[in-house]
Design a protein around this ligand. Structure first.
Ligand code: AMP
Length: 117
């Protein structure tokens, strides 16, 4: 657990969240400020600052494979969804614990950077 990390505190249950999926390696929870009808975040329980933080291949693969589970749980596998991983300042990463945004539930603009609003 990294000190002063919001998502580490959510994983530890110190800050409440609306859980979508959890196992021993990942947690998926609803974004507190949803930008789409479906806006779920997936985080690894191990702290990494961002997707370029030398995450072991197996861990990163597990994280990304959780996207499909979340899409099923949220009912958006067939309709479609967008996955975004903001990384550092130019991409407006605000929480420096790697997280995958899963966005869907309505049509999106083609190629729009959905989180840059
Ligand atoms: P990013 O800007 O890519 O770092 O995304 C961070 C996301 O975390 C934003 O979409 C926030 O709305 C979301 N967020 C911040 N605090 C919380 C919280 N306590 N619970 C759930 N989501 C949060």
């Amino acid at each position: 657990m990294a000190e002063d990390c919001l998502f580490c505190k959510i994983i530890a249950g110190e800050i409440p969240s609306t859980k979508v999926y959890e196992d021993d390696r990942v947690l998926a929870f609803e974004d507190v400020s949803p930008m789409m009808p479906v806006h779920t975040l997936i985080v690894p329980k191990t702290h990494y600052d961002n997707i370029a933080d030398n995450i072991p291949d197996e861990e990163l693969g597990y994280l990304m494979n959780t996207v499909g589970k979340v899409a099923d749980l949220k009912g958006i596998r067939e309709s479609g969804f967008r996955v975004i991983v903001n990384t550092n300042d130019d991409a407006c990463q605000s929480v420096h614990h790697v997280h995958v945004h899963v966005l869907g539930g309505a049509p999106m603009n083609d190629g729009s950077p959905a989180l840059n609003q």
